[in-house]
Design a protein around this ligand. Structure first.
Ligand code: LHQ
Length: 277
């Protein structure tokens, strides 16, 4: 797979980085991963996993990236695992290989990435597609998008972090009801229940997504990364430990150039020019 990836990977002078199952661009601090198998509603294949992992490595090693946007092409965001790639006729498949080596590392990398991760759910999200969205930091969805808890229909549990993120986002009663009934939620309800940050009218979606990532790409990146880390840590922390973490992170934030710039700009009544350092 890695040889195949190296052969297919190209980089042109405009900064567009091409793969076969995703589109990857990097422009003015914004890295954008677009899942790009629209005829299969951007369902994950082994190749897509490898390409997303490769793009993540590029993002993690590029200090100019200040925000990551994940979205899908065509009418869907992501239909989860591509079911045609898993042969259920012969024997018993070991699905822990896929969860352990593909979905879990991706979810861990999104949580640990010291940047805001925005997920723009441009259409239907199902199965692991829902949970990749939930693993992101800010989820925007088109009002016409829906979230389909597809696992119970095929005898599986929510994976890709779903059993962790879902009850924390919407509470245990709703998480269990949604999961065990294999429910479908529209974007408005997802916003109302706190599953996502915001549902946006379809016609305004691209403009609002672009405005958000532009804003985040000009923000004090290290401060945002520290806030992300603290808030994500709260779910597994005590108040005592969390207060200590806040103290330590705030110390580090106070040493950033962006903190100095933010305070100076406030005093000088001007717009701050944050560099992400
Ligand atoms: C698909 C898929 C798909 C292939 C639509 N695969 N082709 C992790 C570890 C290891 C293994 C197992 O799984 C996991 C995690 C998971 O994600 S499990 C859950 C897998 N996903 C699903 O079960 C969702 C299956 N898809 C659907 O329920 C529907 O397609 C949704 C609700 C997403 C969309 O419905 P519609 O808008 O009516 O579209 P459609 O069903 O007509 O789909 C369009 C095409 O996409 C169609 O192909 P066709 O050739 O007929 O046009 C589908 O077969 C294909 N497609 N999802 N996951």
């Amino acid at each position: 797979m890695s040889l195949c990836l190296q052969r297919n990977f190209q980089s042109d002078r405009s900064g567009d980085l091409s793969y076969e199952t995703i589109l990857f661009t990097h422009d003015q601090g914004v890295a954008r991963i677009t899942l790009n198998r629209p005829e299969r509603l951007n369902a994950f294949t082994n190749q897509m996993h490898a390409e997303v992992a490769d793009a993540m490595t590029r993002i993690e090693s590029d200090s100019t990236t200040r925000v990551l946007l994940i979205t899908g092409s065509g009418r869907g965001f992501c239909a989860g695992q591509d079911l045609s790639e898993r042969d259920t006729r012969a024997g018993r498949p070991d699905l822990s290989v896929s969860t352990g080596t593909q979905y879990n590392p991706l979810v861990r990398r999104l949580a640990a990435l010291p940047l805001p991760v925005v997920c723009a759910v441009n259409g239907v999200a199902a199965g692991a597609g829902v949970n990749i969205a939930l693993a992101s930091d800010i989820v925007l969805a088109k009002r016409s998008a829906r979230f389909v808890q597809a696992f119970s229909a095929i005898g599986l549990i929510p994976d890709a972090g779903g059993t962790w993120h879902l009850p924390r986002a919407i509470g245990q009663a709703r998480a269990l009801g949604f999961t065990l009934t294999g429910g479908t939620m529209d974007a408005a309800q997802a916003e109302e229940w706190g599953l996502i940050w915001k549902a946006i009218e379809d016609g305004a979606f691209d403009i609002e997504v672009d405005a958000l990532v532009k804003r985040l790409s000009a923000a004090p990146t290290r401060g945002l990364a520290a806030a992300k880390r603290a808030i994500r840590n709260a779910a597994v922390s005590t108040l005592d430990a969390q207060l200590d973490l806040e103290r330590d992170l705030q110390r580090e934030c106070g040493w950033t150039d962006d903190y100095r710039e933010g305070v100076n700009a406030f005093k000088e009544r001007r717009v701050p020019d944050f560099k992400g350092k």
